[in-house]
Design a protein around this ligand. Structure first.
Ligand code: AMP
Length: 393
């Protein structure tokens, strides 16, 4: 996109404005809107006009006021510091008319793409209609939906010549940063994986083993590994059907000379609640009636040391139930260790929903190298899958 001259041209930009709304239908988290601003501004500043299209929520192919993109207009206008026109459809004669009247420097926002079931189905005729509303370029800046083969995220690209389609600046940044980790990491490279389930992270672990030096595993998923190795994990989270796989992953890691590092100790609770009785225990010696809800002091120290010696760090998934104050220390300490390593020159990428929420909760998002906007998309990228939104461009 940096090489495109937008002067007196109109760009159709697929953004990800799928933002959370409050009860009164105002934007409660504007991160995705802010992330789309550089692309929009670059098009306008180089003399072009923008038509913005996005989905919002899950309208299941039906119109609904609650999921109208009209609801995000005030926040978008306030961020852009300019008026944005709105049209209550995304295809059709009215849309074409408004696009034809757009002047350089102007912005038009289309209505929620998913009011049409064809969007999610990746319908070719619908994609062709979108492409035919009277624009010169197609820019995909919606990294958050790049893992979907929808009409507006990938199918539409075929209706624009190669030089008429491009990634937006956000999409480029996401891809460049993810590749920095996957394809050209400086070593030692440490991946920190956490969260509830092993089953969600199997493909990522498999894909990272050949490229990472250390894989730190925390959160609920660590206990399946301990159980697989013969430990007692009390009432901690465990996926019984993944025990063999856990051992297999440990074996593949050994063959690749990649260290899998588990939390030696855990903060254990007699209840899944913030005011439960707690005690510290070795993670392979947890009493029945107790469950590990956070990593313990020894684990914090070991993990922090490994992180401080790393040149590249990828973090996905919290170390414990960080939403509860009694079990947030592990996640917070690891976030601080990542921030410190970054200050000392490491490259750190935080990707995937809950670790992004955690880094923001502890107000450390500006102290790491890159925080991804794409939860599921970033996970699939790290699983080594080809994302349809990227492939189409
Ligand atoms: P995921 O979506 O798989 O990344 O999991 C994130 C969720 O895992 C968060 O809501 C955490 O509260 C939860 N979690 C992390 N550690 C544990 C644990 N030891 N036991 C139960 N839940 C956990």
């Amino acid at each position: 996109m940096k090489h495109i001259n937008f002067k007196n041209k109109i760009a159709l930009v697929r953004v990800d404005f799928n933002v959370p709304l409050t009860q009164s239908l105002t934007v409660s988290d504007n991160t995705r809107i802010v992330a789309a601003l550089p692309t929009i501004k670059q098009i306008l500043n180089s003399g072009g006009a923008c038509v913005l299209m996005s989905h919002l929520g899950r309208p299941k192919g039906e119109k609904s006021d609650k999921l109208s993109l009209k609801n995000i207009l005030p926040e978008l206008e306030s961020q852009l510091k300019q008026k944005v026109a709105f049209v209550d459809d995304c295809i059709g004669i009215d849309v074409k008319h408004k696009v034809a009247n757009l002047k350089a420097g102007e912005i038009l926002l289309l209505e929620n793409l998913r009011f049409y079931p064809e969007e999610k189905k990746g319908d070719i005729a619908f994609a062709k209609e979108l492409a035919g509303i009277g624009v010169d370029f197609y820019i995909n800046d919606a990294f958050g939906t790049a893992h979907r083969a929808h009409a507006s995220t990938s199918v539409i690209a075929q209706f624009f010549d190669k030089e008429k389609r491009s990634f937006g600046l956000l999409m480029s940044a996401e891809v460049e940063n993810a590749n920095k980790v996957l394809k050209s990491a400086e070593h030692p490279f440490t991946a920190i994986l956490g969260g509830a389930k092993v089953s969600d992270k199997i493909e990522i672990i498999k894909n990272l083993i050949p490229v990472a030096d250390n894989i730190i595993i925390g959160g609920g998923m660590a206990y399946t590994f301990y159980k697989a190795q013969g430990g007692n994990i009390g009432n901690s989270l465990c996926e019984e059907d993944k025990l063999d796989l856990a051992n297999e992953l440990i074996e593949i890691a050994e063959q690749n000379n990649t260290k899998i590092i588990l939390p030696t100790d855990s903060v254990c609770a007699d209840n899944f609640s913030n005011d439960a009785n707690t005690k510290l225990a070795n993670s392979n010696e947890i009493e029945d009636g107790f469950m590990g809800l956070d990593i313990g002091e020894k684990a914090i120290n070991t993990f922090s040391e490994v992180i401080s010696n790393s040149k590249t760090i990828l973090w996905n998934g919290p170390m414990g139930v960080f939403e509860m104050s009694s079990f947030q220390k592990g996640t917070k300490s690891i976030a601080m260790a990542v921030a410190k390593a970054t200050k000392n020159g490491a490259f750190s990428l935080i990707g995937g929903g809950d670790s992004v929420a955690a880094i923001k909760k502890f107000d450390l998002q500006d102290k790491v190298s890159y925080v991804s906007t794409g939860g599921g998309a970033m996970l699939e990228f790290f699983e080594g899958k080809e994302l349809p939104g990227i492939a189409a461009i």
